[in-house]
Ligand binder design. Structure first.
Ligand SMILES: C[S@@+](CC[C@H](N)C(=O)[O-])C[C@H]1O[C@@H](n2cnc3c(N)ncnc32)[C@H](O)[C@@H]1O
Length: 380
């Protein structure tokens, strides 16, 4: 009687309080089971050895009375405007309980729903444009697309800073690849988006920039980071993509060097080498970069940077991040792109790299056994 999951659902599990109603959804069979009741608060490692330690975020549960089921659940949840990816508020919980069936056998007096009232409130929530307490969704695919730069009640970075990073990207990396209290470093932090995301997620963070655009960012050249070897749990870098944005006029600003020159990649190589040095083995670096098309010439900045990173790191994955809030997102540019036969930059690369460890080197010697499914025969 233990519900367990991994750290990407950390916030949700830690928000569970003893006595909260819980449901178990089997995504494969599309059946929801309930109602369970939390016997403990949500915590890390209640039973550390459960599932071989793979799912450390846990809640002890108990059932109250018989467990009921809700079949064809995704369809019903969608009709009720309930997302299984989110923690349910009181009204949605009531609404779900009223739909799971014989709730009269369930002995929590005050939770027996006033369904009409609950439905009314849920509708109100659905109409609200923006939930300030909401955390970004954790990405499950390699295509990330964000309608705005930041989320939540407090700003993350400064969305007026040219080249500011979408905070959602940093959130996803921090949640997937670090633990609370881990140390995250951003050597080219600009307006401090990484700092703000880390603060909210309980990670320590040191942010540097050659010309800081926030008082909490420390002035420093990313080619020499004042931290000791193997002392950092994650590095995030959204570097200049060439000389397309005038961040500042500091002589050491790499953003003043054209991405069409070898010098640009040589200078970024020094940043890669420093990032490699400070990272602990097995830990992750995320590097965001975009290609360039200037005056009829395409430069594959992303591929060039990837080639550089591959000298130091092994690749965990490559993400495509949609580019939305750019100056070229206008009708005029759209027209120009068609008239003069070129493409506007529609995406950036997020390279997720890992500093090799003895464990990852061991994993390279592996055999993949595929389960193959036979194709349905064509009808004659
Ligand atoms: C794309 S911006 C980073 C934006 C930042 N992540 C944010 O959300 O505000 C790239 C940054 O690299 C910085 N930069 C350029 N050359 C640098 C260097 N040699 N050392 C440290 N930072 C540098 C620029 O000043 C700029 O702020």
């Amino acid at each position: 009687m233990l519900f367990s999951t991994n750290k990407v659902y950390e916030d949700k599990v830690l928000a569970v309080k003893k006595g909260d109603p819980l449901f178990l959804l089997n995504l494969d069979s599309d059946i929801l089971y309930g109602i369970f009741k939390a016997k403990s608060d949500g915590r890390k490692n209640i039973v550390p050895e459960a599932w071989g330690g793979l799912y450390p975020y846990q809640v002890e549960v108990e059932k109250s009375g018989e467990i009921m089921t809700l079949e064809n659940c995704k369809n019903i949840l969608s009709k009720l405007n309930i997302s299984w990816k989110k923690v349910l508020d009181e009204n949605k919980t009531k609404l779900l309980i009223s739909n799971i069936g014989k709730h009269d056998t369930f002995a929590w007096g005050e939770l027996i729903p006033d369904v009409v009232e609950a439905k009314r409130k849920v509708k109100k929530v659905a109409n609200k444009e923006y939930d300030f307490n909401e955390k970004p969704q954790l990405e499950a695919t390699t295509l990330w697309d964000y309608p705005r730069q930041s989320y939540g009640a407090t700003p993350k970075g400064n969305n007026k800073y040219a080249g500011v990073t979408p905070a959602f990207i940093i959130y996803n990396l921090v949640k997937r690849y670090t633990e609370p209290n881990d140390l995250v470093v951003d050597p080219m932090a600009g307006s401090g988006t990484t700092l703000d995301v880390c603060k909210e997620e309980g990670r320590r963070c040191i942010a540097y920039d050659i010309v800081p655009a926030s008082p909490s960012v420390i002035p420093n050249d990313a080619r020499k980071i004042p931290l000791s070897d193997e002392s950092v749990d994650m590095v995030f870098i959204d570097s200049p993509y060439g000389d397309n944005i005038a961040y500042n006029t500091h002589e050491k600003n790499i953003g003043m060097i054209s991405a069409e020159t070898d010098e640009f990649y040589q200078e970024l190589d020094k940043v890669m080498s420093e990032s490699f040095r400070i990272l602990k083995p097995g830990k992750v670096l995320g590097w965001l970069i975009g290609d360039q098309w200037v005056k009829k010439k395409f430069t594959p900045v992303g591929f060039n940077v990837y080639q550089g990173l591959s000298k130091y790191f092994e690749t965990l994955d490559v993400i495509c991040v949609a580019r939305r809030s750019q100056t070229s997102n206008t009708g005029i540019w759209y027209n120009r792109a068609l008239r003069f036969n070129f493409y506007l930059r529609g995406f950036k690369y997020l390279f997720i790299m890992r500093k090799p460890s003895s464990e990852s080197i061991r994993q390279q010697k592996r055999v993949v056994t595929w389960s193959r499914y036979s194709r349905a025969r064509k009808k004659a």
